[in-house]
Write a protein that binds this ligand. Structure first.
Ligand code: ZN
Length: 200
């Protein structure tokens, strides 16, 4: 059996391996293979998920906490690592999407509560007035006047319409058409001694 040298370094290898490398180099090659690393990581994750290993990890964490309670350096480390994890999470696209959706929903809710007095269709007008630095109370008074004026104008316009158009406008606004009431004579169809009841 002739001595060979490792394919990756100058170490002499005495035994024939499939890889043609010394053991450390063979291991390095194996670990450089992405498929191998993926299998290793999957196995490691699966092992960490087992109830026994989770229980062991949580016991160890509690023990560490108990041992280091009151150690300022440990406390500082915990605070810093908490902040780091939080920052990492906040920077993730998922968190940003979630946070902006939550902020938008909260904003809408606050706006709806604060502007409950203002019909939705007048909100743009209110915002336009507020954008001109008019104080909120003054802007509200202006919008309420605008609403009253619009309603008065609408009522006057409606009153000026011919009857049929008023009725059509009501139907267009959602009113239901019902058959008009027709009284029906419910009395007997015979007469008493030749005298109709209507004639008595
Ligand atoms: Zn080697």
């Amino acid at each position: 059996m002739t001595a060979r040298t490792c394919l990756d370094c100058s170490t002499t290898i005495t035994r024939h391996g499939k890889s043609g490398c010394c053991r450390p180099c063979a291991a390095r090659r194996t670990h450089a293979d992405p498929a191998f690393r993926a299998r290793l990581e999957a196995a490691s994750r699966a092992a960490k998920r087992s109830p026994a290993s989770r229980a062991r990890a949580s016991e160890a964490a509690l023990r560490t906490e108990a041992e280091r309670r009151g150690d300022p350096a440990w406390h500082a480390y915990k605070v810093a690592s908490g902040r780091r994890l939080r920052a990492e999470y906040d920077a993730s696209p998922e968190a940003q999407l979630r946070n902006s959706a939550m902020r938008a929903a909260a904003g809408r809710k606050i706006s709806d509560t604060r502007h409950a007095w203002c019909p939705i269709e007048y909100r743009p007008a209110y915002r336009a007035i507020r954008d001109k630095d008019v104080p909120a109370a003054e802007a509200r008074r202006m919008v309420e006047e605008l609403i009253l004026a619009d309603r008065a104008r609408e009522a006057a316009r409606f009153a000026a319409l011919p009857l049929l158009e008023r009725q059509l406008a009501r139907v267009a606004a959602g009113a239901k058409v019902v058959p008009t009431f027709k009284p029906q004579f419910a009395g007997p169809s015979y007469t008493l001694g030749g005298v109709a009841p209507e004639a008595m």
